[in-house]
Design a protein around this ligand. Structure first.
Ligand SMILES: [Zn+2]
Length: 143
């Protein structure tokens, strides 16, 4: 089954996904104070950023297109589906809590790579924009 790249279908899917994500991650997300605030925050981030990763400025719908075309692969997580097809929640300062102030939405590829290794500024200003160049090349390829 290909991942949907239709905007309306995507938003409906995300509304339901992020609610269950909250239920499974309540303790981690306590800094958002209420489930509603977390869900609203995530959906607003998607909306105001046109579904783009904070670091590589690439729409998750474009990343899904690369996954659907088999140009890139996701990562299977035991008992927890696949990573790659959704925007994840990255803490700008990894030592601090998950909260509106400290979180951004990020593709799996940036989130996983940034990890605790690279600073927010390095990732935002150097590695993210470089990854965008690579994504754009892949998106324009004829594979
Ligand atoms: Zn990214």
């Amino acid at each position: 089954m290909p991942y949907t790249t239709n905007q309306e279908e995507f938003i409906r899917e995300q509304e339901s996904r992020i609610k269950s994500y909250y239920k499974s991650n309540k303790i981690k997300l306590a800094g958002f104070e209420t489930p509603e605030r977390f869900i609203d925050w995530y959906l607003h981030e998607l909306y105001f950023n046109n579904n783009k990763c904070h670091y590589c400025s690439t729409s998750i719908l474009n990343i899904r297109d690369l996954l659907n075309r088999g140009i890139i692969t996701g990562r299977a997580v035991r008992g927890n589906g696949i990573r790659g097809n959704n925007l994840e929640i990255d803490r700008m300062m990894p030592g601090e809590e998950y909260s509106e102030r400290n979180c951004v939405i990020s593709c799996y590829y940036c989130n996983n790579d940034k990890s605790n290794t690279f600073s927010y500024d390095t990732y935002r200003n150097i590695i993210g924009p470089t990854r965008k160049v690579v994504w754009d090349q892949l998106l324009n390829s004829q594979h």
